[in-house]
Design a protein around this ligand. Structure first.
Ligand SMILES: Cc1cc2nc3c(=O)[nH]c(=O)nc-3n(C[C@H](O)[C@H](O)[C@H](O)COP(=O)(O)OP(=O)(O)OC[C@H]3O[C@@H](n4cnc5c(N)ncnc54)[C@H](O)[C@@H]3O)c2cc1C
Length: 417
């Protein structure tokens, strides 16, 4: 079977790798592999501390993916000789003021509903787990199974893995899925999936800071998350001394430059309140990316038609969901049933909005020259492209898009992965 994957972010590459390992002849199309969200992300694998009200349908898939990560990281390392920076350290969520303490109480109930390990800690116990925590911390919760990985190392390893597996990488923009010469097409173009697949994927802008400890400066042992005066914040540490502080979240356009000064100010101020040592580090990079968001914050994984599958819309959990998504899509390509993917049906919004116009679902007899409407780029619309991940103002040419019709995210900046 010949499979064309559109998008060489971490989702597309992982799908390509898994499909190739199962014997498919795979080509990945992307003019600039890694230019999307995958190399901006912080890398939290957080089925507990990323639980949100209204997103309960994601919990089992997140849990399965988190549990698959250690093996997936080992397999990648074995295939490529590259380490992906998987850190088996717990996540600590801390609050600084009374209002934030109430937020921790609220979150604890949600965390417990995931049925994974959650432990309430006194401030003193929390500082034993994380000695760099501020003495002003009033309450804390430990999520021992929420871990982290280095998304840039993951993306580099996936690029190497697909090469080893014989996948062809074509550095080209796909303007129309019908042009692809393949038996099966997987649409994994992040925010670019909206135009290519007529899917409700919208870009949710986010900024993260990358800092570096200098010399023998101490580093956080854990992933530290928290609430500072009502604002969420996270601090993810890598083994090599990099510390990622994130993240903002807004839907005020495609420009990577506007608002970065405020983002640096807010992210530093809040992270220093939780971990004062942050102020001593070197600020190495400010990066901005676009999370591929959907109206209900759940991904789009499944069939669009007999020839096309979607693997996109992973919003703020696309790194955590790499292993589960890759295996799910490989199963679907192999013709296996995956009823557990029902909540992620990529046609669910069309069904709700216009039941009488719903296109046929599932495998159908292939008609030569058949060109499914759902994959047609809107007339006069340029292929949707996400801007490059590096903060490169000259390359920032992406178009403004209208606000989503069913907004589920607050417009204000928030710390989100
Ligand atoms: C600030 C920030 C922090 C985050 N932190 C976390 C985190 O801690 N944990 C977590 O799990 N997730 C996190 N995420 C979310 C995660 O980064 C995304 O969900 C994930 O990277 C999506 O991967 P992807 O491969 O689907 O898309 P992308 O990485 O965006 O890749 C899409 C690719 O498609 C290509 N493309 C687009 N259009 C076309 C076309 N027409 N033809 C060919 N190619 C095309 C692009 O060039 C790009 O390379 C974060 C995101 C942001 C922005």
């Amino acid at each position: 079977m010949r499979v064309a994957v559109v998008g060489a972010g971490s989702i597309g590459l992982a799908v390509a790798w898994r499909a190739a390992l199962r014997g498919a002849e795979v080509a990945v199309h992307d003019p600039e592999p890694g230019s999307g969200a995958s190399r901006v992300a912080a890398g939290m694998i957080a089925p507990v501390t990323e639980a949100h009200y209204g997103e309960e349908a994601l919990t089992p898939f997140m849990a399965a993916s988190a549990d698959a990560w250690p093996g997936f990281a080992r397999e990648l390392a074995a295939a490529t000789g590259l380490d992906v920076g998987f850190r088996d350290v717990p996540t600590l969520v801390a609050a600084v003021e009374d209002g934030d303490r109430a937020e921790i109480d609220r979150q604890s109930d949600l965390y417990r509903a995931t049925a994974r390990a959650v432990e309430r800690l006194t401030p003193r116990a929390a500082r034993k787990v994380e000695p760099l925590l501020s003495h002003r911390v009033r309450a804390a919760v430990l999520a021992p199974q929420d871990r982290a990985v280095d998304p840039r190392a993951v993306h580099s390893a996936l690029l190497a893995a697909v090469e080893v597996a014989g996948v062809e990488l074509r550095r080209e923009t796909v303007a129309d899925l019908r042009d692809l010469d393949a038996d099966q097409v997987v649409l994994a173009a992040g925010c670019g999936s909206a135009a290519l697949g007529d899917l409700p994927v919208r870009p949710v802008r986010g900024a993260v800071l990358r800092l570096r400890a200098v010399g023998d400066q101490p580093l956080p042992r854990t992933t530290v998350r928290g609430f500072v005066k009502g604002h969420p914040i996270y601090i993810v540490t890598r083994d090599g001394g990099e510390v990622v502080v994130g993240a903002t979240s807004d839907e005020r356009g495609h420009d990577r430059r506007t608002g970065t000064a405020g983002a640096v100010h807010d992210l530093l101020r809040r992270s220093i309140e939780l971990v004062p040592e942050i102020a001593e580090y070197h600020l190495a990079e400010v990066s901005v990316g676009f999370r591929p968001g959907t109206p209900d914050n759940l991904p789009l994984i499944g069939r669009l038609d007999h020839r096309t599958l979607a693997a996109t819309g992973h919003y703020r959990n696309g790194i955590a969901l790499i292993p589960a998504t890759a295996d799910a899509v490989a199963d679907l390509l192999a013709g296996e049933e995956r009823p557990d993917l029902a909540p992620f049906d990529p046609l669910r919004f069309k069904r709700t909005a216009a039941p009488r116009e719903t296109p046929p679902v599932g495998p159908a007899p292939a008609a030569s020259g058949h060109r499914p409407d759902s994959n047609r780029v809107a007339e006069n619309a340029a292929p949707q492209r996400v801007a490059p991940s590096a903060p490169d103002p000259s390359a920032d040419h992406a178009r403004e898009r209208p606000a989503p019709s069913i907004p589920t995210e607050p417009a204000a900046e928030e710390a989100r992965p």
